[in-house]
Unconditional design. Sequence first.
Length: 256
Amino acid sequence: MNNLIILFDSLSAASLGCYGCNAKTPAFDMVAANGDLFTHCYSDFSGKLIEEYVNQFPTQEMSEIETGIEVATSETQVIRIASKQNNQDLDELLQSSINHFTDGQDRDFNLVITALQGDFSKENSTKESQFPGEMAVHVPLIISLAHQEMSRRRLDLLTSQHVVQILKSLTTSNEAYHRFRDSMDVKQISYNTAKVLATRTRDWLHFRENHLDEHGESLQQLFRKPEDVWEILDVADQYPRVIEHFQTSGDLTFPD
């Protein structure tokens, strides 16, 4: 089976309609309507793990496609898109990439859409955010298999390492992807942004600022999940046992 991986240099999941944004992104939304949409995918700073993995496949920059430069064909191909455009332009670039790959033919192929990192510009502009840096690391991951006709919202907790494992399974076979996807049971993930080290489970989100204050301590905040969608209410003072248990054991759970 042919695979097309469309890799954005930087794209925040929260900027797409299929992830709840009110922006119009019909090309993204159409793929998500017939694919697996992973709601909790977080990259590292540069997306190096993903980049290193996809570099083994023939890769075209969108600028090369626009100038007619071709690359060797392969069962798995990558199209990279620089992401310094608005949502409408990115949506059009996505559709252009798909059109280039199919070349007007009725081809069966699996489509993957993801990004190396989120949107760092919004990280620096949202000073009022209770959780600085989320926009910089929350990336889309949408996988639409050939002939898939239904949408699945996947709540799995994923980091770049898990994305690479998913891509490895998909480039092996669709059956391998199904087995790996359905066997995932990640309880807890951690990821860095420019400002915080975040740890997330299905029930909690904890972050610790990377810099120390004048007392040699770092600010810690704790949010309940999934009810506190926007990280509005810091409950660290209400659940000191959760913080203490996390600091001593590394497990972000309510102690028995």
